[in-house]
Design a protein around this ligand. Structure first.
Ligand code: HDE
Length: 479
């Protein structure tokens, strides 16, 4: 057998004699069940698909690096942010939200912006979107919200009645809906949009002092959006337009980059700020908390294999590293459970040992077994703790920073309920053309809604945000 030419094998490594013809009784006879190569090919083929992500199913990924350009170790002890010039490898996955795995890229939808930093202290996942806020501010509403974004249970069609019924009954959604209906609802490419951590997070420095932060990835390609007609055309002609753009750009060495900045809020300000800083439907004014540069993210390598690196990538907002911790943001709190739970279901209990998810930091723990345990499962090392056999020990200096909690346990909403100032301010910040396109997009999206009471309820929200905006939409809908 020639040494350089690879020979075809079965999954158990045995050479395959014939990959063109099944084993049959004579040239016309029935197929023999002993044709184990045939059986394996057909059976494995039936098992090639893993469940798609229940949201953010359609996406594209790339490898790159993050480089620190501003030392913020006064605020966080996170090692990958500690010294200017420090580089950390990363993987990012961009995505749409509502569509299935085969759906079009150029739809009106937020875009996922999920970054995995392979830091020396473990992986840090910043699982954000291309928008600084979100539609809701309590995780308990998320399954219902996503149901309205998906298909009607009977017709299996998208259902604008559900979409606007939910939004008109959830006024906290108005800010994000305004962003979604604006030009930024359809980015020109994944490269020409900003990214945000959206939530408030906590940074802790080496002295245990905490501040609140919000992350902003500012695209260095400039923000560009797609014209609505062109987006609809592309959705039909090339549903993978954004996926293709990202791959081709990196392939030809046109490496996209973002500047990472943070807003930093002193810990005590959270008790007096005019909006609840943990309410993810609100932004912090950049006048109050200006952007501070942290570093730069550059994407410079395409995946070798889509399924291995993009489909199997698993991100969790709960993958914290020392120096970065949770805030009480109710949406973030819900996500701390949901993501790893989704990964255990979709990819498997040992998803973090897959190459794309495996930390570059050494993993030492007492987790054993579980399906598809691809490493040596801890070998013969001690498999419980505490123990007298020099097993891995905890690092008390990296305990979660203690913080005070107050109030009685209750099912209760945030007590800041001004859902109109920020969307109204956003509208008033827009140019006349942007305002006109916003109104056109809203009218186009709301026109198919059957129930007039839903339309009127939503118009009332727009009117409270800005009287002119509300009037223009009512005129456009003939109400
Ligand atoms: Fe997600 N989200 N999400 N989400 N999300 C998922 O995780 C969830 C939210 C975001 O490229 C799921 O692996 C809950 C906000 C991105 O692999 C799931 C809530 C933001 C991605 C999930 C939210 C996001 C996901 C689906 C309300 C921006 C794709 C499958 C509390 C700040 C990551 C999966 C990737 C994926 C849950 C809201 C962004 C089901 C419960 C807010 C970018 O776990």
């Amino acid at each position: 057998m020639s040494t350089d030419k690879k020979h075809l094998t079965t999954s158990w490594g045995a050479p395959v004699g014939d990959n063109q013809n099944s084993i049959t009784a004579g040239s016309r006879g029935p197929t023999l069940i002993q044709d184990v190569h045939l059986l394996e090919k057909l059976a494995h083929f039936n098992r090639e698909r893993v469940p798609e992500r229940v949201v953010h199913a359609k996406g594209a990924g790339a490898h790159g690096y993050f480089e620190v350009t501003n030392d913020l170790s006064a605020y966080t002890k996170a090692s990958f942010l500690s010294e200017v010039g420090k580089k950390t490898p990363l993987f990012i996955r961009f995505s749409t939200v509502a569509g299935e795995l085969g759906s079009a890229d150029t739809v009106r939808d937020p875009r996922g912006f999920a970054v995995k930093f392979y830091t020396e202290d473990g992986n840090y996942d910043l699982v954000g979107n291309n928008t600084p806020v979100f539609f809701i501010r309590d995780a308990i509403k998320f399954p219902d919200f996503i149901h309205t974004q998906k298909r009607h249970p009977q017709t299996h069609l998208k259902n604008p009645n559900a979409v606007w019924d939910f939004w008109s009954l959830s006024p906290e959604s108005l800010h994000q809906v305004t962003i979604l209906m604006s030009d930024r609802g359809i980015p020109a490419t994944f490269r020409h949009m900003h990214g945000f951590g959206s939530h408030t997070f906590k940074w802790v420095n080496a002295q245990g002092e905490a501040v609140w932060v919000k992350y902003h990835f500012k695209t260095e390609q400039g923000v560009k959006n797609l014209d609505v007609e062109l987006a609809a055309k592309l959705a039909g002609e090339n549903p993978d337009y954004h996926t293709e753009d990202l791959f081709n750009a990196i392939e030809k060495g046109d490496f996209p980059s973002w500047k990472l900045c943070v807003q930093i809020m002193p810990e005590q300000d959270a008790n007096t700020y005019r909006f609840d800083p943990f309410d993810v439907t609100k932004v912090w004014s950049q006048k109050d908390y200006p952007l501070i540069e942290v570093g730069r993210m550059v994407l410079n390598r395409n995946p070798e294999n889509y399924f291995a690196e993009v489909e199997q990538a698993t991100f969790s907002p709960g993958s914290f590293v020392p120096g970065i911790e949770a805030s009480p943001d109710k949406m973030l709190q819900g996500r701390l459970f949901a993501y790893s739970d989704a990964h255990r279901y979709r990819v498997g209990a040992n998803h973090n040992s897959l190459p794309i998810n495996r930390p570059q930091a050494e993993v030492n723990n007492y987790q054993r077994d579980g399906a598809m345990r691809a490493d040596n499962n801890g070998g013969g090392s001690v498999y419980y703790e505490p123990n007298s056999y020099d097993g891995p020990q905890e690092s008390p200096q990296h305990k979660t920073t203690p913080f005070a909690v107050t109030g009685e346990a209750a099912s209760v909403a945030y007590d800041h309920n001004d859902h109109y100032t920020q969307p109204g301010d956003l509208y008033r910040l827009m140019s006349a053309d942007e305002q006109t396109r916003l109104v056109e997009n809203i009218v186009a999206a709301m026109s198919p809604v059957e129930r007039v009471d839903i339309k009127l309820r939503q118009i009332e929200h727009w009117r409270k945000a800005d009287a002119e905006l509300g009037q223009r939409i009512a005129d456009g809908l003939g109400l």
